[in-house]
Design a binder for this molecule. Structure first.
Ligand code: NI
Ligand code: MN
Length: 220
């Protein structure tokens, strides 16, 4: 079973029963965090960009867990002898014991010099999961959906810093995603959104609203 464990904001874990992939580990200072940074488990840590609400507790988590950090080198080359990192860049694909990780573009700012923001397409547990990171709507989402059949799209809907609900609904259409999980909303007043309104706007895909602390079986 492939589990999606949502920890609040844009932090989540994919767990195939053997490997745990943790994404955008912003827990300390996250008003919605449903787990503490010193409790969360990870074998791999994937970071989309260097803004604090994404890279967050990354360094502490890889240091404590021994997880391998994956990302743009300027962002995830944390340093330190005991930290394992795999630096990669846009368009690259990693073959890993659980499946694959492909780094795809995101249109956003970086949070660090040279730290281009990205999204990820991940093959794990018989599913293809696209995590957009922080981004606006862009036309090449269509290419991302043509390259890999997207079973699950995890998209920001909070507006202001990323897509809002109308553009995220259009993103679902471009991606041809079968299922969608909205993230990156309601953490603060400035990104307040009603996910039920998003659900109404999405055509041709199932929208799954997952609350922080909840889990979803992605094989169901
Ligand atoms: Ni950001
Ligand atoms: Mn963000």
């Amino acid at each position: 079973m492939l589990k999606f464990n949502f920890y609040g904001h844009a932090c989540f874990q994919l767990d195939d029963g053997k490997y745990k992939l943790l994404f955008d580990p912003f827990l300390t200072g996250n008003p919605l965090a449903s787990i503490k940074a010193d409790e969360v488990e990870a074998d791999y840590l994937l970071v989309t960009h260097a803004h604090g609400d994404h890279s967050g507790d990354g360094y502490d988590i890889v240091t404590r867990t021994g997880a391998t950090a994956i990302g743009i080198p300027e962002i995830t080359d944390f340093g330190g002898a005991n930290v394992k990192t795999i630096g990669m860049n846009l368009g690259g694909t990693l073959k890993l014991p659980f499946g694959f990780v492909r780094m795809v573009p995101a249109l956003h700012s970086s949070g660090i010099q040279g730290g281009t923001p990205c999204g990820y397409v991940v093959g794990i547990g018989g599913q293809v999961v696209y995590f957009a990171g922080d981004t606006c709507l862009f036309g090449d989402m269509k290419l991302i959906g043509e390259r890999d059949k997207i079973d699950w799209a995890i998209l920001p809907i909070g507006d202001h810093f990323t897509m809002g609900i109308e553009d995220a609904a259009k993103a679902v259409e471009l991606l041809g995603a079968k299922n969608v999980i909205p993230v990156h909303y309601n953490t603060w007043e400035i990104i307040k959104q009603d996910p039920e309104e998003f659900k109404k706007l999405v055509k041709g895909a199932n929208v799954h609203i997952v609350k922080p602390g909840e889990s979803l079986n992605l094989n169901a």
